[in-house]
Write a protein that binds this ligand. Structure first.
Ligand code: NDP
Length: 452
């Protein structure tokens, strides 16, 4: 049977574009891709990239104060949201263009419309055209979700935050995960009065307790009004503002309320269930270790599978898919020991097990140090950083590395190599310190602070 394409990819985000380009470019496969929104997906258009640029923008307020402490005659000015927003979106347009060109230059045919699956080898585009393909790859990502309660429609999500007409004076952020904590820091740095509600006992659930405790403490020190064990009961419009009633009895007016309470896989209405592709409770597409669904010609990668929802993981899953299906080399993406960073202020970088997870698994030693780093301390700041290693007593392997510090994202990428290689505490100790740095503490901690 002959098909229009060897591969039809649905979704032009990080995972889909990588799979399409490598399948076409490296193996000469005939590939098409459909994207209903903008090329680049969540990461480029409404996630990692604009978020990080906003982190950079927000950090300048503190830098001006620090520069004064270092002897600079410099005065903080006002932040111009319009000027920044214009540049931000011009940059995103540029990046989207690059994504489109990557596809074009590798011979991938792209369709700027929604595609659904009508049978195991056929997709239907929004204009009614049908295309057949030997393989279909679903890489449609995820979408923010807001729980339903009275007035929930008044809240925005991280999708809208990059498009605000003006910066709010007072803002409520709901949630305690990556997105809520990152935007609490960003908005605070941009001069917005930020309140954050998190329903649980401590933000960043799942990460090392000591590390998330420090991030939370520093966020409060930086001026974020964080309320733990608190949720929204109802919201209503009051003039230009939103009145929020909270479970702790508080009632306040905010200019904006942003919900960052998780993201659901984008699998609705794709026609998958009718074909027998299994979806999970959140709508995630169930796949095996080769990203194959129960329908052999249909594969899925990235956030729509809700495995590890990170851009570099989606890219790896896309590469492994091409290796498996187009290069005859069955490869499953490696989801073990993934380093990750949360761009809070201060940043958290982490790889491997938290102290709590490791202690459940086997006897461990904990090496940790928390101190005021030179640069900030000289500037009169009381901010502390944390360097922490979790070590197996039996094998001496470093099971987890947790860093809370400015630049922790950059540091954990490198520490991640050592941990991934199975480095022991003694391997860390054998490495000469780079002095004076914050991360030198990772190779100079002599005594465990505790065993568990
Ligand atoms: P997360 O799943 O990380 O966090 C969701 C938060 O919302 C949790 O604190 C959760 O609480 C809370 N929550 C969930 N439901 C409700 C509810 N009904 N009412 C109140 N609170 C609720 O989701 P995010 O939206 O922050 O991020 C989505 C994913 O995107 C992340 O998991 C991550 O994979 C990825 N991401 C990665 C980034 C990075 O690498 N730097 C940056 C941004 C996103 P509880 O803990 O109690 O469940």
């Amino acid at each position: 049977m002959s098909f229009d394409y060897d591969l039809f990819v649905i979704g032009g985000g990080s995972g889909g574009v990588r799979a399409a380009r490598v399948a076409a470019g490296d193996t000469g496969a005939k590939v098409a891709l459909a994207e209903e929104d903008r090329y680049g997906g969540t990461c480029v258009i409404r996630g990692c990239v604009p978020k990080k640029l906003m982190v950079f923008a927000s950090e300048y307020s503190g830098m001006v104060e620090d520069a004064q402490s270092y002897g600079w005659d410099i005065q903080p000015g006002a932040f111009n949201w319009d000027a920044f927003k214009g540049k931000l979106h011009a940059e995103l347009d540029r990046l989207e263009g690059i994504y489109r060109n990557i596809l074009k230059n590798n011979g991938v045919e792209s369709f700027d419309q929604r595609a659904t699956v009508v049978d195991p080898h056929t997709v239907e585009l929004a204009d009614g055209t049908r295309k057949t393909a030997k393989h279909i790859l679903v890489a449609t990502g995820g979408w923010p979700t807001i729980p339903e309660f009275p007035g929930s429609d008044l809240a925005i999500t991280s999708n809208e935050i990059f498009h605000l007409d003006e910066l709010p004076k007072k803002m409520l952020i709901v949630g305690g995960g990556y997105i809520a904590c990152e935007f609490a820091g960003i908005m605070n740095g941009l001069g917005v009065e930020v309140t954050q509600y998190y329903r649980g006992a401590q933000i960043l659930r799942g990460f090392d307790d000591e590390a998330r405790g420090l991030v939370s403490e520093e966020m409060c020190q930086n001026g974020i009004d964080l309320h733990l064990g608190t949720n929204v009961l109802e919201m209503s419009k009051e003039g230009d503002q939103i009145r929020v009633k909270a479970t702790n009895g508080d009632e306040n007016l905010f200019d904006q309320v942003m919900y960052a309470t998780g993201r659901n896989p984008n699998s609705t209405g794709l026609g998958l269930e009718a074909l027998g592709v299994e979806l999970g409770r959140k709508g995630e597409i169930k796949v095996d270790q080769y990203s194959q669904t129960g329908v052999p010609s249909i594969y899925a990668i990235g956030d729509v599978t809700d495995r590890v929802n990170l851009t570099p993981v989606a890219i790896r899953e896309g590469m492994a898919f091409v290796e498996t299906v187009f290069k005859g080399n069955p490869t499953s993406p490696d989801h073990d020991l993934i380093p990750t960073a949360i761009f809070t202020q201060p940043e958290m970088g982490t790889v491997g097990l938290s102290e709590e997870e490791a202690a459940e698994q086997e006897p461990i030693e904990v090496y940790a140090t928390s101190f005021k780093p030179m640069q900030q301390s000289f500037a009169g700041r009381s901010a502390r950083v944390l360097m922490k290693l979790i070590v197996s007593k039996a094998t001496r392997k470093v099971l987890g590395c947790h860093i809370v510090a400015p630049g922790a994202g950059e540091m954990i990428q490198l520490a991640g190599i050592a941990v991934k290689m199975g480095a022991t505490k003694e391997d860390f100790d054998r490495t000469v310190a780079v002095h004076p740095t914050m991360s030198e503490e990772l190779v100079t901690m002599k005594q465990p602070v505790r065993s568990a």
